[in-house]
Design a protein around this ligand. Structure first.
Ligand SMILES: Cc1cc2nc3c(=O)[nH]c(=O)nc-3n(C[C@H](O)[C@H](O)[C@H](O)COP(=O)(O)OP(=O)(O)OC[C@H]3O[C@@H](n4cnc5c(N)ncnc54)[C@H](O)[C@@H]3O)c2cc1C
Length: 969
């Protein structure tokens, strides 16, 4: 792991004033290092020279057809050691020897001549040659490999660029070896080496007073070893930095090259060799498609196979700093690796990050703005979203801070033209769920999610960070373990930082307005209000390259990610202009604590009650309908309220305080794609935009992320077959299309100029009723939703729909619980066994026979959640009275004993039959049309959706179905 930024400091050995005996000593020590006994890959005795030769043989195909050129040969370096070692290895393989050529800007002619005398395979160039502009030195017909032995760190960036350019343009391969780098291990190794002269001086220079004096009396030698060693470490480069040195030279053609880097321990206890190999593809076979780092499980991906042209490669301005191989928080760093990069920290991005936190995968989430949403924007919370929040253990947030509403009222002119209440009925979804819908401001929603993510994973939102370039390595697209995507990001400068506008104001007695701070503080979490102050996470202007396995584009309606992918938003926009305003009303209208639709010849107002005695009004602005161009100058809070007052007349309507307001135009669009090759996913407003009137945007957006998150988590944890990722688009795009279709009808009806009756609205609300709550969404058959029609004979619960809530009891404690609450969002799959009437012996033995079969089947699918809970959890719901059965009556799959934790009392539940006087009108078995004489099995996905239904003895069917989803042991 990189522990320090790179600085190009000076080494003593490089200075002209450095005494020759010190330079010599250091050279000798380096030479000796190549021969020192260490351990090879397989633990067999080896030396760094052996390792280097093996590495070249492994990664440079047809090595015997090469000439190896050392352009920085100095006094000869390790070539006299490498040459015999490599040629012996080639001979052992029945191959001819390779030649080595020594070259340098300052040729050491005497020494080279002596070296060349001893080996016919070593030659040298007598004329000075600058390593930054070496032409090909190998003889015609031979390929050339440049070899840089422990010297590349000596070049500063401009020189290093040229050295690499020279290799790329005039050679066929190159290898860089280093023993120093900006890693803890390298620093420790250097410390070890600093002490070595105390031993080696005696061994090598026991008769030299000067060496003895400057080692033991004035320890100049160890001091030089320390300075040059640590400086060499600080001048080390990572693989990505080496690659960047080439990539940032835009005219340098790298298209035919493959690169690979790695680090390998070659000497005990801390001696690591850092290596980097470049091979022209035509030579390539050893590198293969894999560019994995040898000692690092992270796939290191050169930017090959560019999928998009990057306009901005300013990343390569190289701000060498802390290396972020472990995720977030590395400011000004050069590169890092994550499993998932989320772009955009609105409701979609945050819900995605919550899942990632739940799975414990490496995630980063960036947002261009400096804070969470402050006030205004989305506030409607439909019941399905509440169920989802509850499943993450966040139900209390809305319970304590939300504003529920249970009733919808329709107001329109009566026969005499007077505005009157036409209809009052249950608000959408309240009959389908154990929750009541309501509102909570988006700032609170985001703050609660941000807090939950941090608590679960420690991950914080990186603010003021924008993506500048995204590339996909197409060669790795099918390897789900590879970091196939690279996203360059930039921390914005102070003056570029996006913030959320706050336009709160109060109305004074004289009618004038006074600017107010707005209800921007999030009261759902403990905080000091600092999350309202815009920040940039890191050093403004710095850049970073993030290698990631997956990207989630959750960057809202103007999605940058969507634009990079070239996806089209299909649909239409209209001229109708609506105002949205959150106000404290002074009014005699009686229904503002309900959700209202108010129709009048002057236009339409929709209202929802909000926290802090606020009401949100959606006001159709005058002169504005689907086709007409809106009147100018109506887009102010004052005009909005004047329009609303006209529509509400004869009721009085004014306001004392406005927390937020905006004006929007109607538009309904859906993206033609939701994902790119199951590596880049888009969700929320990035792929569907519509009017806020149905209060759907945030709900559908969070539900997109809810659908995607567990699939991604399961694949990353190697629990699920990556093919499940294809179901994200097939499940969510039709929902978005439906949302757009309904919104188009709703918006069209509410904006109609000549609408005088309530008929249209009734029709539309009937359509909305089914869809809006989110509770009735049913996903189509796929690999993760069985298509078997026989399931309808076993239960009326539809395949693909979320598990319904139902009051049941825990058998052991007799405490009431809701069936839906058994399906917490933690990545677990559950097999709900509807056990039927287990008071019948035959049925009890069927259930226990199933237990037997399951105990053989389950080990096949034994993964576990982040907290160690089994990936697939069997649950039993029996049709019996509480006093009729004991937990011990059932197979231990349903009542397991853990030696440490004791019995698991949370697997068996009771569904008592309806009984007069108990208030229970129906059992779940009856409500779900499950035969109490037969029972059934229901496989439930981590997002609570029903995946498969089968008979109690259909374990083979279950196994077959799961085999297509799970990666078995
Ligand atoms: C006036 C109004 C009222 C609404 N009322 C409701 C309602 O009552 N109920 C409801 O459900 N929905 C409502 N919505 C819609 C709702 O706000 C959105 O549907 C919801 O916020 C979408 O969430 P999202 O995460 O997909 O996008 P957003 O909330 O837009 O979040 C996108 C995030 O990405 C960031 N971002 C954008 N571009 C980049 C980039 N290039 N790099 C990094 N970060 C980037 C943004 O800063 C933002 O934080 C309303 C919307 C409006 C405008």
């Amino acid at each position: 792991m990189i522990i320090t930024p790179r600085f190009h400091l000076l080494e003593i050995g490089d200075q002209s004033w450095c005494p020759e005996f010190l330079r010599e000593y250091s050279h000798l020590a380096r030479m000796q290092m190549w021969r020192m006994a260490g351990k090879g890959k397989d633990g067999e005795p080896s030396t760094p020279a052996e390792f280097a030769c093996n590495l070249m043989l492994e990664h440079i195909p047809d090595l015997s057809s090469f000439t190896l050129v050392d352009p920085c040969a100095g006094g000869g370096g390790p070539i006299p050691i490498l040459e015999p070692t490599l040629n012996r290895k080639l001979r052992d393989r029945g191959l001819g020897p390779v030649k080595f050529i020594l070259s340098d800007l300052w040729p050491s002619l005497e020494r080279w001549a002596s070296i060349a005398k001893r080996s016919q395979n070593i030659e040298y160039i007598a004329e000075p040659r600058d390593a930054t502009e070496v032409a090909k030195l190998a003889k015609p017909g031979k390929k050339e490999c440049r070899i840089y032995n422990l010297c590349f760190h000596h070049f500063d960036d401009p020189a290093a660029e040229l050295v690499l350019r020279s290799a790329i343009e005039s050679a066929d391969a190159f290898v860089i070896f280093e023993m120093t780098n900006r890693t803890l291990t390298a620093f420790l190794n250097t410390t070890f080496i600093v002490l070595s002269p105390f031993m080696t001086t005696l061994m090598w220079f026991w008769s030299s007073p000067i060496h003895l004096f400057f080692t033991y009396v004035i320890p100049l030698v160890p001091l030089m070893f320390a300075v040059d060693g640590y400086v060499s470490c600080i001048r080390g480069r990572t693989d990505a930095e080496l690659e960047n040195l080439m990539r940032r030279q835009k005219d340098l053609d790298l298209s035919g090259w493959e690169f690979k880097g790695g680090e390998t321990k070659v000497l005990p206890p801390f001696g690591v060799m850092y290596w980097y190999v470049g091979v022209k593809k035509s030579q390539q076979n050893g590198l293969g498609a894999s560019t994995k780092r040898a000692s690092d499980p992270l796939a290191y991906t050169p930017n090959k196979g560019l999928f998009w042209d990057c306009e901005e490669l300013e990343f390569f301005k190289m701000n060498y700093s802390t290396n972020g191989t472990n995720g977030h928080g590395h400011h000004g760093s050069d590169y890092s690796h994550v499993d998932v990069l989320i772009i955009g920290a609105g409701p979609t991005g945050l819900m995605s990050a919550l899942w990632m936190a739940e799975f414990g995968v490496k995630v980063r989430i960036i947002d261009e703005r400096g804070t969470r949403a402050l006030n205004g924007r989305a506030d409607g919370f439909h019941v399905r979203s509440l169920e989802i929040w509850d499943s993450f253990g966040l139900g209390h947030v809305f319970a304590n801070h939300g504003t529920p509403f249970a009733t919808w009222a329709l107001w329109a002119p009566d026969g005499e033209g007077r505005l009157s209440r036409q209809k009052r009925e249950a608000a959408i979804g309240t009959d389908a769920s154990r929750f009541i819908c309501g509102t909570m401001h988006q700032g609170n929603i985001e703050a609660a999610l941000v807090d939950a993510i941090k608590r679960r994973s420690g991950v914080e939102i990186e603010r003021g960070v924008v993506p500048t370039c995204i590339t996909v390595d197409e060669t790795k697209i099918h390897d789900h373990a590879a970091h196939a995507i690279t996203v360059d990001v930039r921390r914005v400068k102070r003056d570029e930082l996006g913030t959320w506008a706050v336009n709160a104001h109060s109305v004074q007695k004289d009618g004038s307005t006074k600017t107010e701070r707005g209800h921007v503080e999030a009261d759902v979490v403990v905080n000091d209000g600092s999350d309202t102050v815009p920040i940039i996470s890191g050093e403004p202007g710095t850049t970073e390259m993030i290698h990631t396995k997956y990207v989630i584009g959750a960057d809202g309606a103007h999605s940058w990610v969507r634009r990079q992918l070239g996806f089209n938003m299909e649909g239409a926009s209209h001229n109708a202009q609506w105002g949205v305003i959150d106000v404290v009303l002074i009014t005699d209208f009686p229904d503002f604590k309900k959700h209202c639709t108010i129709l009048s010849p002057h236009g339409t107002v929709l209202s929802v009650p909000r926290e802090k005695n606020l009401t949100r009004l959606y006001v159709q602005l005058p002169g504005s309908d689907q086709d007409a161009t809106p009147v100018k100058g109506i887009d102010t809070a004052k005009h909005m309220m004047e329009s609303a007052a006209k529509i509400l007349a004869p009721y009085k309507l004014s306001y004392s305080y406005c927390d937020w307001w905006t004006v929007y135009k109607v538009g309904q669009r859906v993206s033609d794609h939701f994902e790119y090759k199951q590596r880049i996913f888009l969700g929320g407003d990035a792929v569907h935009t519509h009017t806020p009137k149905g209060g759907q945007g945030m709900n559908v957006s969070m539900q997109d992320a809810y659908n995607l998150g567990w699939k991604l988590g399961g694949v990353l944890k190697k629990q699920l077959n990556p093919s499940v990722l294809s179901t994200y688009e097939s499940e969510r795009r039709p929902i978005a299309q439906l949302l757009i279709d309904i919104d188009t009808v709703l918006a069209g009806n509410l904006s109609k100029k000549d609408r005088m009756t309530t008929l249209d609205v009734n029709t539309v609300y009937d359509k909305l009723r089914d869809f809006n709550s989110g509770a009735n969404i049913c996903y189509p058959p796929s690999a993760i939703v069985s298509g078997t029609s026989s399931s309808s004979a076993l239960t009326s619960l539809p395949l693909g729909m979320r598990m319904a809530p139902y009051p049941i009891f825990n058998l052991s404690s007799n405490l009431p619980v809701d069936l839906q609450s058994l399906f917490a969002s933690n990545g677990q799959w559950r097999l709900l066994v509807m056990g039927g009437d287990v008071t019948s012996k035959a049925q009890l033995s069927r259930v226990n026979a199933l237990g037997d079969a399951l105990s053989s089947l389950l080990p096949k699918y034994q993964g576990s959640t982040k907290s160690g809970a089994p990936l697939l959890l069997p649950l039993l719901l029996i049709w019996a009275s509480m006093e009729q059965m004991e937990s011990s009556d059932f197979h231990d799959v349903f009542f397991p004993l853990d030696e440490e934790k004791g019995y698991d009392y949370d697997r068996i539940f009771v569904d008592p039959p309806a009984r007069k006087g108990t208030g229970r009108t129906e059992s779940a078995h009856v409500a779900f049309d499950v035969s109490v004489g037969k029972g059934c099995m229901i496989l439930v996905r981590p997002d609570q959706c029903i995946s498969w239904v089968g008979e109690l003895d259909d374990v083979a069917g279950l196994d077959k179905f799961m085999g297509g989803i799970f990666l078995s042991n």
